[in-house]
Ligand binder design. Structure first.
Ligand SMILES: *Cc1c(COP(=O)(O)O)cnc(C)c1O
Length: 369
């Protein structure tokens, strides 16, 4: 064993002692809101495929069509030969969807946040960065190592999610806009869990007030049912990223199959008002029933509903008990959430039936009483 491997083994041992090791389990989507895992059929209360688009035939067909027509790879980074007419057309569509001047595609939302934040901070190293305590791990990666040097009149950057991925509550975006304007701060909004689900046409919580939010990002991997991510904002912002964002410049352009699926998702999502309403109705119903039984769901006001149980082991045991009853809801533990707030993270879907939701409700009530 090399010395480095020894360090890796030690790190895993430490996690093991704190009941924090994780492992990969093969799972397949097997129907609307159904998963198959290790020979068991489960109702899916975990994945982020809120509108059921991940298995929609139009996305799969257009993805296959564009791959057959344009190939499996894009050949180079965007600034070399990787920009196809489809990249530009999709970016123009995203900008229209979000109501911004321009937009830019990235391979994933995680990579986008890491790369874009790093690029913004590179332009102004003295920037004072304000984030929420529970802001996603994806955001922190981009600010890693950023030392905050306070200049009296230096630039300010506010980074937040519009829907918080672990608590399922919403940021007051209009208030944040006012705060940002009052303090000359740049507002960076992560709409990963709002895109497709909230706002006019499912275009996110910033849709009504774009132009006032300096940067909006979101992913196509959740409600949009496919893969990839976007940043939307002013022409100036996008021009800067094309010229200065290493994670954009040095990465191969997204392939045709990804673009085809995004194109189909953008065709469908604005018209999915009935699905958005069903999702919202399920959430209102489940929160109300849980509250009647004294079960704490924090400040959730979206399709993400945390059932906060406290210690990590308790959350893991609860999740395993539900899985044995055919219900898959993941346990979320530190370091993803603060100590003592381990939880079951329940994710609702438009394709759940009221019976699915009731089955989960009854199982929770039985276990938590
Ligand atoms: C899922 C998520 C991302 C990352 O998006 P991917 O495209 O899956 O990498 C970014 N931010 C938040 C808040 C997320 O929940």
């Amino acid at each position: 064993m090399t010395l480095l491997s020894q360090y890796l083994a030690d790190a895993l041992d430490r996690l093991e002692r704190h009941h924090q090791t994780r492992s990969l389990v093969a799972t397949r989507m097997s129907g609307p809101a159904r998963l198959e895992r290790q020979g068991h059929d489960l109702i899916d209360f975990s994945s982020n495929d809120y509108l059921g688009l991940a298995r929609h035939p139009l996305l799969a067909e257009r993805s296959a069509e564009w791959a057959i027509r344009h190939g499996s790879g894009s050949g180079a980074s965007r600034l070399v030969t990787g920009t196809s007419p489809e990249h530009l057309a999709i970016e123009a569509r995203i900008a229209r969807f979000k109501g911004t001047e321009a937009a830019l595609l990235f391979p994933t939302g995680w990579q986008l946040n890491a790369a874009v934040l790093a690029a913004l901070l590179k332009a102004a190293p003295g920037t004072l960065l304000f984030t929420d305590r529970l802001v996603h791990g994806r955001v922190h990666a981009g600010a890693a190592g950023h030392r905050q040097i306070r200049f009296r009149d230096g630039p300010r950057l506010i980074v937040t999610e519009s829907v918080f991925s672990m608590d399922g509550d919403r940021a007051d975006v209009e208030r944040l806009v006012r705060i940002a304007q009052a303090h000359d701060a740049f507002l960076y909004l992560d709409e990963a869990h709002a895109t497709g689900v909230l706002g006019p046409d499912g275009a996110g919580l910033s849709r009504g007030i774009t132009g006032k939010v300096d940067l909006v990002m979101g992913t196509f991997s959740k409600a949009m049912g496919c893969f990839g991510a976007y940043v939307a904002g002013s022409r100036l912002l996008i021009d800067y990223l094309v010229n200065a964002c290493g994670g954009f410049i040095f990465s191969t352009a997204p392939p045709p199959a990804m673009l085809g699926a995004i194109d189909a998702a953008l065709d469908l999502v604005p018209g999915m008002e009935a699905e958005r309403q069903r999702l919202a109705d399920h959430a209102v119903y489940l929160r109300a029933r849980l509250a009647e039984h004294g079960i704490d769901t924090g400040a959730s006001s979206t399709q993400i509903i945390p059932v906060i149980v406290g210690e990590a082991e308790r959350a893991v045991t609860l999740s395993a008990t539900l899985a044995a009853e055919g219900l898959l809801a993941s346990a979320i533990r530190p370091p993803t959430v603060p100590q003592g707030t381990s939880r079951l993270r329940i994710v609702l879907r438009a394709s759940h039936t009221r019976e699915d939701v009731d089955q989960l409700l009854h199982a929770l009530v039985r276990q938590l009483r």
